[in-house]
Ligand binder design. Structure first.
Ligand code: AMP
Length: 587
């Protein structure tokens, strides 16, 4: 394959796609061959951090730029693969000094700062389990996840520690060590130690602890309709899928400048904001700042970004500010653009073609799959609104559940059913922590059932329809209604709460709560504000409801469950559907 070809639709010169022909690559693909693209540990075994960082040094790529970090204040910090190797060795030694052993859980609660990347990869080097928390979580989501995940070490900042951890820390005795990335001028808080000092005192030499393919490596929390957050367990073998999906779905080539705008507090920001770009030997851009259209275009231009991976909410925000701003910048270096996390509206695909001369390529996956499963590829014509076709090595189907616990694939084109994946790809989650039954329920007849509804057309392209459950997708973040309801119920005025996702043109959905009050409390604007504030303090801005409505009662089933489906139908003026299980009703 010649490296430089002419892009078939735009006429622009571009790099030949890694996945040059879908059918051909898929036919010849085996996961064993994909494993062969990685090295394995020198003494045997597999470790994500070795594949992401150290192996580049062995192969003579140590001087290449691994990470360019752009600070909010204009600071730029560059890390070569060699620097990353040394810093992650140091952090592995810090953890060793703290007595962390293989399997020890290390959590981060950090914004997009260099320390986050060092903590993630250093933890993997010592055979520990890395679990990132989103920095916009409030104290409740942070605490729940660290409790479920048996956190041993937390790396955070002084501000986050004071606001989100200090009040409950003593109730989590298993959390032995808190390292703070501090302002050097600040005195240390009791019971914590200083990250920078610990790093400076640690040796830059470290031999990666030999981990096996099935050893636990990453713990990503996700949400369901009921119960507490679920800790999806991923193992070192996931790196095989991270690598190959980075190569095929994102078309990463060594030497690319890649920008994944997702926060590493969520799975996309780990699989494609840390691991896949590094295993593929690219330079990744990390921007500390929040979304800002001009800033983003300036980054794309000034950093010469070649591959850009972002999300529909961000694309809609770019559409809102208008194409004229985009046209002020030279974005000609951008070769491939991809999107994930929520449905990508066809208008956004068309807008991107008109604005950038290139289309966003939608792809689909979820926390449990660990990596991209369905994608629109660089070499394939896009069908705007479709998520694309399954990765080589991935078998996807639209199925219906049948009596007795099995599933039946629906072969008729455009039939709606549950999206299912034949189990067994390397980055498949290996469990929900401490919840074997919940895990087992996700599988039937050799298929993993995703909880999404989809259709497949006659040519094998998949189309997203919706969710089978009540989880909410807001700005690309998956939110469990139960977690929000529980926080609202902690308020002394609240008798019951029901939470839904309300469609929103920008965020996809916003979190909306319906609340019934205890006797003696009257609905009103002051109480609404108080409840919004209460939820925001507990849950953080990413999870808290944006709207609260008062109801005298909430609709419940005979078994006492709040019928969120009905709350949603009424909110949106949709048919109320089957009400046979309705026991009490709102009034
Ligand atoms: P998470 O586990 O937080 O990554 O969320 C995964 C869920 O996001 C999926 O189960 C889908 O409901 C949704 N999702 C992810 N990618 C897409 C996409 N390309 N189109 C539509 N929904 C998506």
């Amino acid at each position: 394959m010649p490296l430089e070809t002419i892009h078939k639709t735009t006429g622009k010169q571009s790099v030949a796609p890694n996945l040059w022909d879908y059918e051909e690559v898929r036919a010849g693909f085996t996961w064993d061959a994909a494993r062969g693209e990685l090295d394995g540990l020198p003494g045997g075994g597999l470790n994500i951090a070795h594949e992401a960082v150290d192996r580049h040094l062995i192969q003579g790529g140590g001087e290449r730029l691994a990470v360019r970090w752009l600070g909010k204040d204009g600071t730029v910090r560059d890390f070569r693969y060699r620097d990353l190797a040394e810093l992650t060795n140091r952090f592995a030694n810090v953890l060793r000094g703290l007595g962390v052993e293989k399997g020890g859980r290390v959590f981060s609660l950090l914004g997009r700062i260099p320390e986050l990347y060092i903590v993630a990869l250093g933890t993997l080097k010592i055979g520990g389990v890395f679990s990132p928390l989103f920095s916009a979580f409030g104290p409740e989501p942070v605490r729940a996840r660290m409790e479920i995940g048996d956190a041993r070490v937390l790396v955070t900042t002084e501000t986050f520690y004071r606001r989100k951890v200090a009040s409950w820390r003593s109730e989590l005795p298993g959390l032995r060590h808190v390292l703070l990335v501090n302002d050097p001028e600040m005195p240390l808080i009791e019971g914590t130690s200083d990250f920078t000092d610990a790093m400076a005192a640690a040796s830059p030499e470290f031999d990666i602890v030999p981990t096996g393919a099935e050893d636990m490596a990453l713990l990503h929390f996700t949400s369901g309709t009921t119960g507490r957050p679920k800790g999806a367990v991923h193992v070192h073998e996931a790196v095989v899928a991270h690598h190959i999906t980075g190569k095929y779905a994102l078309d990463l080539h060594a030497g690319d400048v890649f920008w994944c705008t997702a926060d590493p507090g969520w799975v996309t920001g780990t699989s494609y904001g840390i691991v896949a770009p590094l295993t593929n030997g690219v330079t990744m851009i990390v921007d500390e700042a929040d979304f800002d259209a001009e800033r983003w275009y300036r980054i794309l231009q000034d950093q010469g970004v070649t591959v850009w991976y972002t999300a529909p909410t961000a694309i809609r925000m770019l559409m809102k500010v208008g194409a004229e701003i985009a046209h002020k910048y030279d974005l000609s270096a951008v070769r491939f653009m991809a999107s994930v996390g929520e449905p990508l509206n066809p208008e956004a695909v068309i807008w991107s073609q008109q604005t950038f001369g290139r289309t966003f390529h939608d792809n689909w996956w979820q926390t449990e799959t660990g990596g991209i499963m369905i994608a629109n590829y660089a070499s394939m014509d896009i069908r705007p609104g479709s998520m694309g076709r399954p990765l080589p090595g991935v078998e996807a189907a639209v199925v219906e559940r049948v009596a007795g616990g099995g599933v039946k694939p629906l072969d008729r084109p455009m039939a709606t059913g549950e999206l299912a994946l034949k189990s067994g790809w390397p980055s498949m989650f290996r469990g929900y922590l401490h919840e074997d039954e919940r895990y087992a329920k996700c599988f039937a007849g050799g298929w993993y059932l995703t909880g999404d509804l989809a259709m497949r057309d006659a040519d094998g392209y998949f189309w997203f329809v919706g969710r089978t459950d009540d989880v909410i997708k807001s700005s690309g973040h998956l939110i469990g209604p139960f977690e929000v309801e529980s926080a609202l119920m902690e308020h002394p005025a609240v008798a019951e709460a029901g939470v839904i996702g309300k469609p929103d043109p920008m965020a996809g959905e916003i979190v909306k709560a319906f609340v019934a009050l205890k006797p003696g409390h009257e609905p009103g604007e002051a109480l609404r504000k108080e409840l919004l504030g209460h939820a925001r303090r507990r849950l953080g801005p990413a999870v808290a409801p944006k709207e609260i409505d008062f109801r005298t009662n909430l609709p419940r089933t005979r078994s006492g469950k709040i019928m969120r489906r009905l709350l949603k139908a009424r909110e949106l003026g949709l048919p109320e559907g089957d009400l046979s299980t309705l026991e009490s009703d709102e009034s």
